[in-house]
Each structure stands twice: as C-alpha cells, then as structure tokens.
Design a protein around this ligand. Sequence first.
Ligand SMILES: Nc1ncnc2c1ncn2[C@@H]1O[C@H](COP(=O)(O)OP(=O)(O)OP(=O)(O)O)[C@@H](O)[C@H]1O
Ligand SMILES: [Mg+2]
Length: 255
Amino acid sequence: MKFGDGEKGFAMLRVDRVECGYGPFTALRDASLTVAPGECVCIVGPNGAGKTTLVSNIAGMFTPRSGRIVLNDSEIGGLGAEKVARLGVSLVPEGRRIFGSLTVEENLRLGATVRRGDGLADDVDLALTRFPILRERYRSQAGKLSGGEQQMLAIARALMSRPRLIMIDEPSLGLAPLVVDKVYEVLLELRNQQALGMIVVEQSTARIADIATRLHVVRTGRIVATLDGDEISSSTALDDAYFGFGKGHEQNLGH
Ligand SMILES: Nc1ncnc2c1ncn2[C@@H]1O[C@H](COP(=O)(O)OP(=O)(O)OP(=O)(O)O)[C@@H](O)[C@H]1O
Ligand SMILES: [Mg+2]
C-alpha cells in the first residue's frame, strides 16, 4: 500500500476508514487522516463527538472494528497501548491523569519506561529546561500542582518516551485562559520541531488556529469537514466548518 505525502513530507501515521465503538455502540465511522513529521493535525468537535475514541484507538487502547491504523509501515490498530507506545506514539490523555501521589520527578521517570534507559538524566534535564515550573516543583507531589502545572507535567511526561508522534487530548480542559496561553506556547514550540508529528484534540476552535497545520471537525462520530493551510486562519471558514453554516446562523444551533 502506497501512502500519500503529507504537506511537509511522507505521512508517518495513516488512519484509513476506521470504525470504532464500544460493544454494540459505534462511536466513530469512516475516519481517515494522515500525519507527517512536523505537522500538527487538530481534531475539533463537541462533547461526545468521538475525538477521544479516535486518539485512544490510535494509541492502541482499543481494536478498531474495521479500517487500518498504520504507523510508518506497521499496522498498529489493536496492538495494545504499550506496544504502540514503544513504536513512538505518546498520548497525553484527557484530564491529564498524572500520578498525583508521586513526585514530579517520579512522574517524569515513569514516562521513560517504554524506552531503553540511556540518556534518561539528559531527558529529565531537557524537560526541566523546557518547563521551568517543573524544576521548581521537582520534588513536590504531582497532585499538589495547579491544573496548568499538571498539564505541563503530563506533556513533559509524554515527551520522556521520545515519541515520533504525540497526541494531546484537550490540553485546555479546565484551565484559565492565561494558563491555556502558556500551554499553547509549549504546543507551538513542539509544532516547530520538524521531526515530531502531533495530533491535538479540542472541543472548540478558539486556540487551534495558532498551531494547526490541518484541522478535522468531528461531529457525531464522523469527520464532517477538513481545513488546510490558510483556511484555518480564516475565522469565517473555521465557523463554517465547525457549525456547518455561514456566520449569522449560529443562533439556530443552540450552541
Ligand atoms: N468506554 C466507553 N464505553 C462506552 N461508550 C463510550 C466509552 N467512551 C466513550 N463512549 C461513547 O462514545 C461516544 C464518543 O465519546 P468520546 O469520548 O470519544 O467523545 P469526545 O469527542 O472525546 O467527547 P468530549 O469532548 O466530551 O471528551 C460518546 O457517545 C460516548 O458516550
Ligand atoms: Mg474526549
């Protein structure tokens, strides 16, 4: 099977007509997307649309009912979370899920367990340089950090495995706008790393124009719109894609 090139190079991830669900319930249908190194593919959609279902299937936590999830040349659909992580895919889960009773240091070290231990001290140091707040809180219990600090820790922990693809599920969830700004500064920095592919999931389009290289709108289990390049920075195109109507019709949607 030959894969198409992404905007910035050969796609590392290809999700091809995937259908996913839970028992008899279908949560996502006919979902296709690609991610190339250096791309930041954003998935936006309302509550219950199937966004988390998509990234957790890519992360190997569930087995898609049909379709293919291919990382480089390997099929990873249903491979299991640990094997997929070892292949270089890291998920920052919705709600962060750091280990609250462990210290910042212990959380960071745990992030590196899926790869060989070489260079661990250097990687910890890099994480602390990238996230200075974590250096200040290095020996603190992670559960005592603020929401924003916990999100930084969750991202830093995911990077400890030196992923080729990082997926971040609702990074702005529950955070104050100023804190979201800080998180997005970090995401932008990651986006600018040419070797790294990214998937960022959000409920709203408010922040993603700053980082997205491509955007897919998901609604009730389907990708209903895809925006590329300049379309993403046009608020009219964004609204049209998200709401499915031109500006001025939003009031009809009860959104
Ligand atoms: N473990 C599960 N078992 C059964 N149904 C589930 C499970 N997880 C999600 N669902 C259902 O699948 C659908 C998609 O859920 P999903 O969590 O993927 O949505 P989402 O887009 O991430 O929403 P949110 O923005 O609220 O996080 C919803 O109808 C949800 O109730
Ligand atoms: Mg979700």
